[in-house]
Design a protein around this ligand. Structure first.
Ligand SMILES: [Zn+2]
Ligand SMILES: [Zn+2]
Length: 314
């Protein structure tokens, strides 16, 4: 009787599946890194494009609206007149400057600026390199390595944590709200190119507007406009010319400021905060990104990131 009881106790009973969390499912969850990226950066085109935080989206739209509105007005109303009455050169140069401004602004906004991955991201890529761990304080003492409590890494000198994006960025210059991205090691050259091309576009368009006004408002009526010199179009051109002039002067001041920084080897942050730079910037060198945002992660790797940086906490 005792033996029979024991046999009943040991015999396998019906089995029920244990409650499962998404991370304990028998099948493997595979996600690309960009889907669990622990910062405020946003991704488009299935992770191929990475830009800054949503809060700066309105400033980026302002930049594009400004660029497009003045240029569309110029190409529709002013350039046909210039092409026929003066020379096709001005509209051609303006189109070249417009296209290059668009390309450089796009590159500045969408180029990963030199983000140093947070510790859990390093751990899914491989291991945290020694240069981002405490060991660097012993191997390279007094070099200016600083611990970032958010990213949990030791960041190299001239790197800073961007509060807007939530990342440490190498050779951080500043966070540009109007381009919705950090400006750092990997996109500083695109930023400067977009500043130069925007100034060129402004100067070319203002020149075209002035030619248009000169031949339509001046005393010389020998070369009349294709558009009859109605006061409305003249008023609009005057307002747009003044507006373009203000923007071009502002961007030119920004350009002179950055050219000064290039000569002194400082970054915007260092100049504003009075931080003494101990090394040279290497913003114009090509540098590969540390990570591949399309890299596929398994469940354990995803959990490694999500446990440290839950989706709503970043
Ligand atoms: Zn950081
Ligand atoms: Zn930023």
């Amino acid at each position: 009787m005792e033996i029979a009881d024991k046999e009943i106790y040991l015999s396998p009973g019906p089995t029920f599946p244990a409650p499962q969390s998404p991370w304990t499912l028998s099948h493997e969850i595979i996600l690309p890194l960009w889907k669990v990226w622990p910062s405020k950066n946003r991704f488009f085109l299935n992770g191929r494009i990475m830009i800054g935080p949503k809060e700066d989206q309105k400033y980026l739209l302002c930049t594009w609206a400004l660029l497009a509105s003045v240029s569309i007005f110029y190409f529709i109303f002013i350039s046909p007149y210039l092409w026929i009455t003066i020379s096709p050169i001005l509209p051609i140069i303006a189109m070249y400057c417009f296209l290059s401004s668009m390309v450089f602004i796009w590159l500045t906004t969408t180029t990963e600026p030199g983000i140093i991955p947070k510790k859990p991201v390093w751990e899914v890529i491989g291991t945290v390199p020694e240069e981002f761990t405490e060991a660097v304080l012993i191997s390279q003492p007094n070099r200016g390595y600083k611990y970032c409590p958010t990213c949990k890494i030791y960041r190299p000198p001239r790197s800073h944590h961007c509060k807007n994006c939530g990342n440490c960025v190498e050779d951080f210059d500043h966070h540009c709200r109007f381009l919705d991205n950090c400006i750092g090691k990997r996109n500083y050259r695109w930023f400067m190119s977009s500043v130069f091309s925007s100034i060129s576009l402004g100067v070319t368009e203002i020149t075209g507007f002035l030619f248009f006004l000169f031949y339509n408002v001046g005393e010389d009526h020998s070369r009349r406009s294709l558009i009859e010199d109605g006061p409305t179009i003249i008023c609009i051109v005057v307002i747009i010319t003044l507006f373009s002039l203000i923007i071009t002067v502002f961007v030119s001041i920004l350009c002179i400021f950055h050219m000064t920084l290039c000569i002194t080897g400082e970054s915007t942050k260092e100049r504003i905060k009075g931080i003494k730079a101990e090394s040279k910037r290497s913003c114009c060198r090509k540098k590969r990104s540390y990570f591949d945002r399309m890299m596929l992660l398994n469940s354990a790797q995803i959990r490694n990131i999500v446990d440290e940086y839950p989706p709503n906490s970043v």
